[in-house]
Structure formats: C-alpha cells, structure tokens
Design a protein around this ligand. Structure first.
Ligand code: CTP
Ligand code: MG
Length: 227
C-alpha cells in the first residue's frame, strides 16, 4: 500500500495570541508549516502530502512552496481539528485506495524529524490497526477540584502523551472519524471503534508549537538538528 501524509493547518492559533495563524508565523525566516512540510517531504516513503487549509485562508498564496508534485492543497478545514481531518479524508477518499496509510501530522509540530517518521512507517506498516508517536509522561499528574485544590493524584505509570503523526488506514480512519466526530485525535476515533492503536516511542523534540515562548524553543531545535 502507499503512504500519505495529511497536515491539518486550518486552525487559528488562539493560544499563540497573534493575528497571523500560527502555522504562518515566521520561524527562522520561513512559516512554521514550511518546516513541517519540508520534514515530511524528506520522507521518501511518502507518495502524497495533503495540506488542509481553512476555506477562507488568505495566507497560503502569499508564500513560495516547494514545487514537489506530491503536495496537494485542500481548502476544506472545519471548526475543529477532527472536522478538518474528517473533511479532508472525504476528499482524499475520492481518489485514493482505502487501504492507503494516512499519517496525520499537525502543521504546528514543525520539529518532527524525517527519521522518526520513517521509523514509524517501518514499525507500523504490517500492523492490523496502526498507531501514533507518543512520549511517556514525566511528571506526576494532579486533577484539580473546582476550588483550585488537588482533588486527585494520577500516577504517571503507564501514561503517555500523544503526538503526531498518527498513522491509520484511510478507509478505517475515515469511518472512525465520521462515527466519532468529537475526538481530539485520530487515535481517539479508532479507540472509540474498539481498536487499540500501537504506541511508538517518540521524544520531546516533536512538541507542538502552541504558546509564544514555543517559537524560540522550536528555532533552537531546528538549528541544532541542522548542525
Ligand atoms: N487545526 C485544523 N483545524 C482546526 C483546528 C486546528 O486543521 N479547526 C490544526 C492546526 O492548524 C494545527 C493542528 O490542527 O496545525 C493542531 O491544533 P492546535 O495546535 O490546537 O492549533 P490551533 O487550533 O490553531 O491553536 P489553538 O488551539 O491555540 O487555537
Ligand atoms: Mg486547537
């Protein structure tokens, strides 16, 4: 089967607090999503890369993009990340084998390494379900009560933080998201169908650029990985 990447990039970046959606914010002279796109294009196994924009995105055309024939832009983003991905999969499914593997990867995870994605593809391509990159939780977790005091301590043993890419077969993922639209990641939809995605150990460098301070961290990581 073939391997495709799908990059949801239809968010507004509200936690970043800038006018410009965070996927377009400058990071070392290029928009955040350009780093993400370049990392995925460096993965030889990926035969298509779908970019999902908001229907009214006025920024994409202001930049130059690699002239790689694998890139296709879809302007079908929705109100939530899950909706953006679900809409895009409907379009992709019109021209793609349902057995194709889709690697859904946040535009905002700009420091993802091509080697990590290639390893994930190798480890999951024979898997009956698919899986996701994730890191073991390092801190003890506290659940807060309404009074702002600790209501419960959650032991971190066995807990992982989900990242992307999340890799599932197109047909299975499309149906799972259509049936369970309220999930916050692809794995959540697959789990809601009674299946267990595999966890592939990743590292903290594949973090999601979310808050303003994250940009300096992303720049440092990109510079050190280029060195
Ligand atoms: N995303 C999307 N469609 C949406 C919301 C988010 O395609 N309706 C994308 C974002 O562009 C981002 C990825 O999903 O690349 C991860 O989402 P997140 O980090 O939450 O980005 P935003 O939703 O844009 O940021 P915020 O939650 O701070 O508003
Ligand atoms: Mg969001």
């Amino acid at each position: 089967p073939s391997f495709h990447a799908l990059i949801p990039a239809a968010g507004s970046g509200s936690r970043m607090g800038s006018e410009l959606p965070k996927q377009y914010i400058d990071l070392l002279g290029r928009p955040v999503i350009r780093h993400t796109l370049d990392a995925l294009l460096a993965v030889g196994a990926l035969s298509r890369v779908w970019v999902v924009l908001a229907p009214d995105d006025a920024h994409w055309t202001n930049y130059q993009w690699p002239s790689d024939p694998r890139i296709t832009v879809l302007r079908c983003g929705g109100a939530t990340r899950a909706e953006s991905v679900a809409n895009a999969l409907q379009d992709v499914a019109k021209q793609t084998d349902p057995a194709a593997w889709m690697l859904v990867h946040d535009a905002a995870r700009a420091c993802v390494s091509p080697q990590l994605v290639a390893r994930m593809i190798e480890e999951l391509s024979d898997d009956p379900v698919g899986g996701l990159l994730a890191v073991p939780v390092a801190d003890t977790l506290k659940r807060a009560g309404d009074d702002g005091r600790v209501a419960q301590t959650i032991p971190r043993a066995g807990l992982w933080q989900a990242q992307t890419p999340q890799m599932f077969r197109l047909g299975m993922l499309r149906e799972a998201l259509a049936a369970h639209p309220d999930v916050t990641d692809e794995a959540g939809a697959i789990e809601a169908c009674g299946l267990s995605p595999r966890l592939i150990a990743s590292d903290a460098t594949n973090f999601k650029v979310t808050f303003p301070d994250d940009l300096a961290m992303a720049a440092r990581l990109l510079l050190s990985s280029a060195a």
